[in-house]
Design a protein around this ligand. Structure first.
Ligand code: HEM
Length: 147
């Protein structure tokens, strides 16, 4: 019936393809960030090096924290799944705590956001859904940058 829960307008979470769609977007972002950290003069290598070293190991040493990237990825899926109106629950650190000590610069944020844009485009997210997601993302800018 009109107004029943079944007929409620789809949330951004629904339109992004629910958990599966959000996971694809996050996996694309992770892949794009990983690729960017491998180019000469990478902008994001500086901030990501501690995590990459922990996951990959340094100088042939065993990784010290092999699942660290996987945990970040899963937390990011939960964070977006919650922030877009879905049933997921973010259990990670606050954005301020997660990025404290990294001194992320505005340019690093901008390049990170371009990697997200690439993933949203490869996943055929519409312009209006992208705009809605960027409101959520850009609201976190001041907690991520400059600490
Ligand atoms: C609004 C934009 C961003 C969001 C929503 C976001 C989200 C997250 C989340 C959910 C975590 C994991 C927290 C946890 O596991 O408790 C995290 C950690 C991290 N983020 Fe971001 N992030 C953003 C921007 C950036 C930028 C711009 C950079 C650097 C260029 C960055 C680099 C990192 C790194 C290196 C970690 C820590 C990984 C580790 O040491 O385990 N993030 N971020």
């Amino acid at each position: 019936a009109c107004g029943s829960k079944e007929e409620a307008a789809p949330t951004l979470y629904d339109r992004l393809g629910k958990t599966e769609g959000i996971a694809r977007i996050v996996d694309g972002l992770v892949a794009n960030v990983g690729a960017e950290t491998a180019v000469p003069n990478s902008v994001m290598l500086r901030s990501h090096k501690p995590m990459l070293d922990a996951v990959n190991g340094v100088n042939g040493q065993a990784p010290t924290d092999p699942t660290r990237l996987q945990r970040l990825r899963n937390n990011f899926v939960d964070q977006l799944g919650e922030a877009t109106g879905g049933p997921l629950t973010y259990k990670g650190l606050s954005m301020l705590a997660a990025h404290r000590g990294m001194a992320v610069t505005p340019n690093e944020f901008s390049v990170w956001r371009q990697q997200l844009e690439g993933s949203l485009n490869s996943n055929n997210v519409s312009a209006s859904d992208k705009a809605e997601l960027y409101v959520i993302i850009d609201n976190m800018h001041d907690d991520v940058v400059g600490h």
